[in-house]
Design a protein around this ligand. Structure first.
Ligand code: 5RP
Length: 289
């Protein structure tokens, strides 16, 4: 799949895309603009039990150094390299670069992630962020994940035409993998994007079946995997739903088979304990993109 890349880049990308050309990335970078997000309030505690089930983590540099054991092996990490804004602003697209490729390599990153906000007020600046990050990362053969973000004003634009445009632009700039949302007609988004696509989970869905169906359809329609966050962290049984998602991605399970697995793994022992009071405002903030 990545034969055209140099050895260093291929080796790094293989820390996040497994030998079956599929990828289970767990996103815990939400705090870079949302602060201590529901379900991810204490990252070290949240991450630890899930490590055996994933290929890679997507996270910000400060969460890597504070909350991930440096002895960890066998898991890749994708570092958030764009940022500079927060949910306290009217929108979140006014981003710059917050991490250089050199810093990322020093942290042994497998890749860096940069968001673009097509159609938003700061679209131009975010496209140039991606271009700059790709140029910088090329120095080190470091892969770049282009993230088609939507922000507050564009959050209803998770549809085929928009996502195909944003994904294609990220690939045209040279993103090695594109992260976007699933939508009706997703196959067309995949077909029109020359780079492999991973799918974001988005805000928490109502049921586990919804999460598994999203994963299943995304894979059937051409995604190489998911980069999922809130549907794992905010679920009642994070390790169980994650293993269900994994069974679809790496085990070719059907939704029914994955659902049975999730149910069998949802026990008192694996239940997530709510550590803090969760208000309606917390829920609303964590659903803004
Ligand atoms: C924000 C991101 C997040 O990593 C991503 O949205 C997290 O995944 P999920 O949507 O499944 O919570 O890239 O732009």
């Amino acid at each position: 799949m990545f034969e055209y890349m140099g050895w260093g880049k291929r080796n790094r990308i293989r820390q996040i895309v497994a030998a079956d050309d599929r990828c289970l990335m767990l996103a815990i970078d939400h705090g870079y603009f949302m602060g201590p997000t529901h379900g991810m309030e204490i990252p070290a505690k949240a991450i630890q039990p899930l490590l055996p089930h994933i290929d890679s983590l997507m996270l910000s540099p400060g969460i890597l150094t504070s909350s991930v054991d440096e002895k960890l092996r066998g898991i890749g990490w994708v570092l958030r390299a764009s940022g500079g804004n927060s949910v306290l602003e009217p929108d979140i697209d006014n981003e710059g670069l917050i991490l250089s490729a050199k810093q990322a390599v020093r942290l042994n990153a497998s890749a860096i992630a940069v968001s673009i906000y097509a159609g938003a007020e700061h679209q131009h600046q975010t496209f140039l962020n991606l271009a700059k990050a790709i140029e910088d990362a090329a120095e080190y053969d470091l892969p770049v994940l282009g993230v088609t973000a939507v922000g507050k004003k564009l959050k209803d634009k998770k549809e085929k035409r928009y996502l195909a445009l944003a994904s294609r632009i990220a690939a045209e700039y040279g993103a090695d993998i594109v992260k976007t949302y699933y939508c009706d007609g997703f196959e067309e988004v995949v077909a029109k994007c020359p780079a492999p696509i991973v799918v974001a989970g988005g805000p928490r869905l109502d049921t586990y079946k919804d999460v598994l169906e999203l994963t299943y359809r995304a894979i059937q329609e051409g995604a190489i995997g998911v980069d999922m966050g809130r549907n794992v962290w905010q679920s009642e049984y994070p390790a169980a739903i994650l293993q269900g998602v994994r069974a679809i991605i790496h085990g070719n399970a059907t939704v029914k088979e994955a659902m049975e697995l999730v149910e069998s793994l949802s026990t008192e022992e694996t239940r997530r304990k709510e550590l803090f009071e969760v208000t309606q405002e917390d829920i609303a903030v964590s659903s803004i993109h």
